[in-house]
Design a protein around this ligand. Structure first.
Ligand SMILES: NS(=O)(=O)c1ccc(NC(=O)NCCO)cc1
Ligand SMILES: [Zn+2]
Length: 258
């Protein structure tokens, strides 16, 4: 199917990014019928303060919106979590065409893009960089994007993309509430995994929302206008910045819904 093709098309993501001996790597294909309903999973609670939004930048992998994580102003709690986690940044992964782009899949269905909201545990770690190395130091909420209606909340982000076209470009981005990018449906899957780009550390509790958000064709095409390359270099479009599927190994995916 298309994802087999896309693996073969992307040596970049094959060779460099395989950590030896990994037992809980991400992303994975979520087989809906193999997931186990866990009645002890609570609703996820999200409280983001739009004033903690700092800037948007092109880090050479994706475009990323950074937040002030020096206080507990923007946090998530509940769900599978024992305490609260602070929002650090969010970014996306997408394809060159609508037929692929997401990192996770659901019953081998792939989406054109995937949003990652990255949080860290301030109870166990004193910084994000430290939390990356901690077991369950991080929580990433994954939200699938599907082709459909225009997303008004996303458009504010999209309008800023031309200003961060090249690697290392940065532009101030104030007052944005990323909860507008999270579907209202409370249903999610959760499993223990890893970062999907180096250092690929196995420190992530993944929370994957069941319901995608809708974005329109123009918005996806704006993502694809970004560049992997710095100003002055030969231009390489920023597309297909996803990691191939990783083996489930000895893991169970839990669902918050029947
Ligand atoms: N795609 S993902 O798994 O959500 C992810 C999130 C953060 C990172 N790394 C990161 O934010 N590093 C900042 C500097 O340490 C890598 C991958
Ligand atoms: Zn990501």
């Amino acid at each position: 199917s298309s994802y087999r093709l896309r693996d073969a098309l992307h040596p970049l993501w094959q060779s460099e990014f395989s950590v030896s001996g990994g037992t809980r790597q991400s992303p994975i294909n979520i087989q809906w019928r193999d997931s186990v309903y866990d009645p002890q999973l609570k609703p996820l609670k999200i409280h983001y303060d739009p004033d903690t939004c700092l800037y948007i930048w092109n880090n050479g992998y994706s475009f990323q919106v950074e937040f002030d994580d020096s206080t507990d102003k923007s946090v998530i709690m509940g769900g599978p979590l024992e305490n609260h986690y602070r929002l650090k940044q969010f970014h996306f992964h997408w394809g060159a065409i609508n037929e692929w782009g997401s990192e996770h899949m659901v019953d081998s269905k792939v989406f054109p893009a995937e949003l990652h909201l990255v949080h860290w545990n301030p109870v166990k770690s004193t910084s994000f960089e430290e939390a990356i190395m901690e077991n369950n130091g991080l929580v990433v909420i994954g939200v699938f994007l599907k082709l459909g209606a225009h997303h008004a909340g996303l458009q504010k982000l999209v309008d800023a993309l031309p200003a961060v076209k090249h690697k290392d470009a940065i532009v101030e981005f104030d007052v944005f509430d990323p909860s507008c990018l999270v579907p209202s449906c409370p249903d999610y899957w959760t499993y223990d995994g890893s970062l999907t780009t180096p250092p690929l550390t196995e420190s992530v509790t993944w929370i994957i929302k069941k319901t995608p958000i809708e974005v329109d064709q123009n918005q996806l095409e704006e993502f694809r206008m970004l560049l992997f390359t710095s100003a002055g270099q030969e231009e390489k479009r920023m597309v297909d910045n996803f990691r191939p599927l990783q083996p489930l190994m000895n893991r169970t995916v839990r669902s918050s819904f029947r």
